[in-house]
Design a protein around this ligand. Structure first.
Ligand SMILES: Cc1cc2nc3c(=O)[nH]c(=O)nc-3n(C[C@H](O)[C@H](O)[C@H](O)COP(=O)(O)O)c2cc1C
Length: 124
């Protein structure tokens, strides 16, 4: 049987609290027989969403989920890991009573156009 894959996304500092907790959880998954991947999101260069809605319009017109004006950043690393995962573990420090700004940037970039529900062979 094919191994289930779990991806851990950390928005904390390198080897600090968030990262250590996510890695601990991933090790448990690995021991349970799952494939694991860890991504330190703050190491990536992710441009902010401009709100142009090109991804949503593209999706509606059948252009697929990769229709985004940003072509030259690292978002594809997050996207590919997310789409290949059976489960995800996400960790963000609390900054001013909320998740970090980088966490929100990634959430904005994922948006409805990257929702797995919308994916299918025809819109790869
Ligand atoms: C700008 C900033 C704002 C913070 N705001 C909060 C907060 O509102 N509440 C809280 O409990 N901790 C707050 N913290 C503490 C961090 O959440 C805490 O140090 C966390 O462990 C950092 O995660 P990391 O070690 O994985 O990077 C703040 C830290 C920073 C740098």
């Amino acid at each position: 049987m094919e191994k289930k894959k779990v991806v851990g996304f950390s928005f904390g500092r390198k080897m600090s609290n968030t990262e250590v907790m996510i890695k601990e959880a991933l090790l448990v998954c690995e021991k349970a027989g799952m494939e694991i991947q860890f991504i330190r999101c703050d190491d990536l260069n992710i441009h902010i969403c401009t709100g142009c809605c090109s991804c949503v319009a593209g999706l509606m017109m059948g252009k697929g989920r990769r229709h985004c004006i940003h072509k030259d950043d690292d978002f594809h690393i997050i996207e590919e890991a997310l789409m290949s995962a059976d489960g995800v573990i996400v960790g963000s420090p609390t900054y001013e009573f909320a998740p970090t700004g980088n966490f929100k940037v990634v959430c904005d970039r994922i948006g409805p156009a990257h929702d797995k529900t919308f994916r299918g062979p025809a819109i790869e």
